[in-house]
Design a protein around this ligand. Structure first.
Ligand code: SF4
Ligand code: SF4
Length: 153
């Protein structure tokens, strides 16, 4: 859609970036190259865990660090320091709900309350990616070896 140009200012690199490579060194996948400014999006964990398709073989399990996206380069950035702890606990899922999410059950099987929570977090449109990502994180953190079936709940 055409839109009215409304740039806040010309594009520019942060002053802090000129002498800093923290994000590049924190990125496990090599998505932040040193030979060009643009990220290699195809190497970014966020690119892969926001899609439904299988994770690529080169994406090591221990690199998973977020339910959706990846925060490794954000957390180390000195410019983010004042805001990096702006985290809120806004909802909680029971063991049964968590198991249903991991099992990627159809939305009809969620209770109205669970669906409401998922909708509030805008997760209801991507239950399958949410379940896959959560399972990958829980296995990586040693919380589960493999997931229990929601049928047993
Ligand atoms: S960590 Fe932050 S300040 Fe450092 S290069 Fe990356 S974006 Fe720039
Ligand atoms: S979000 Fe993660 S994978 Fe993507 S560039 Fe940052 S550290 Fe690398």
């Amino acid at each position: 859609m055409p839109c009215t140009p409304d740039h806040w200012h010309d594009m520019s690199m942060l002053d802090e970036c000129h002498e800093c490579t923290l994000c590049q060194r924190a990125c496990p996948t090599g998505a932040i190259p040193d030979d060009r400014f643009l990220l290699r999006a195809e190497r970014c964990i966020a690119f892969h865990n926001e899609h439904e398709r299988d994770f690529p073989d080169w994406l090591r399990p221990e690199w998973h660090n977020a339910l959706v996206g990846c925060m490794l380069c954000q957390k180390v950035c000195p410019v983010n320091k004042p805001v990096v702890d702006w985290i809120e606990d806004t909802c909680e899922f029971s063991e049964k709900e968590t198991t249903q999410i991991i099992d990627q059950v159809s939305t009809e099987r969620f209770s109205a309350g669970t669906l409401e929570k998922l909708k509030n977090k805008h997760f209801e449109v991507s239950i399958s990616t949410l379940g896959r990502n959560l399972k990958a994180l829980m296995i990586e953190k040693g919380i589960v070896n493999d997931r229990p079936s929601s049928d047993s709940q």
